[in-house]
Design a protein. Structure first.
Length: 250
């Protein structure tokens, strides 16, 4: 991708899954990466696995807390010399039928997936505006932000909120040269999805719902992150890029 060499990239939720795959991809593109994860072991393991590819550092952060986010942004700016790209990636999910959904679980999903997205996105955007050199912010939404799915009312609501947050951020930040887009992956095999669904379900799901006949890979979403952050996407703004093997086309 053009324009990623030596860029400072911050990835929230970068110690596993799609976030870790994105860290790998940005390092391969010649960028410098700072990331956060929810536990120290994951942060340490990610640094150990990826440090041979380039400059990478990270810390533990709970994106639902303003003071944690403030420390994250300070550390990322100090390490990177400024944040050029934000992959606003931290998120959680689990199945829970609507009629059984507890307020506590509703609040937890919304806190991480939407409040955390807002806190990190706003904090980074404020720094980008002060720097005055523009930047790119990519928010992790989901195909579930564009249509419903049973047993995921809390998750669907959070990702629908991310879609509208992204569009509003794009309207307000474009004048500052900050491009804002969202990714909307379909079914991607990640540690989180593997903890929810068994292989037989995944195979049947792909055969029934995905025209390409398979589920997605983490690296394919990481490539979409890199594209939206790159100069190749310089006129793409306020959009939701769907990465789902044709699922929504059906």
């Amino acid at each position: 991708m053009r324009g990623l060499t030596n860029k400072g990239v911050l990835i929230s939720g970068g110690s596993s899954g799609i976030g870790q795959a994105a860290a790998r991809r940005f390092l391969e593109e010649g960028a410098r990466v700072y990331f956060c994860g929810h536990e120290q072991a994951g942060v340490d393991q990610t640094i150990a696995e990826l440090s041979s590819l380039g400059q990478i550092a990270g810390m533990v952060c709970d994106v639902t807390h303003e003071d944690h986010v403030a420390r994250l942004i300070d550390a990322a700016e100090l390490t990177l010399g400024g944040i050029d790209v934000l992959c606003n990636n931290a998120g959680i999910a689990w199945e829970e039928p609507f009629l059984e959904l507890t307020p506590a679980n509703w609040d937890r999903i919304l806190a991480v997936n939407l409040r955390g997205m807002f806190l990190v996105g706003q904090a980074v955007a404020q720094r980008m505006v002060v720097r005055g050199t523009g930047g790119a912010i990519i928010n992790m939404a989901s195909k579930n932000g564009l249509f419903g799915e049973v047993k995921y009312a809390h998750y669907n609501a959070s990702k629908g909120g991310v879609v509208m947050l992204t569009k509003t951020m794009a309207l307000e930040l474009g004048a500052h040269g900050i491009r804002v887009n969202a990714l909307c992956p379909g079914y991607i095999v990640t540690p989180m999805s593997e903890a929810i669904d068994d292989p037989a379900f995944v195979e049947a799901y792909a055969r029934t719902y995905i025209p390409l006949g398979r589920v997605g890979r983490m690296g394919e979403v990481a490539a979409a992150y890199a594209f939206l952050a790159s100069d190749d996407a310089s006129f793409i703004h306020g959009e939701c890029l769907v990465v789902d093997g044709g699922h929504l086309a059906a």
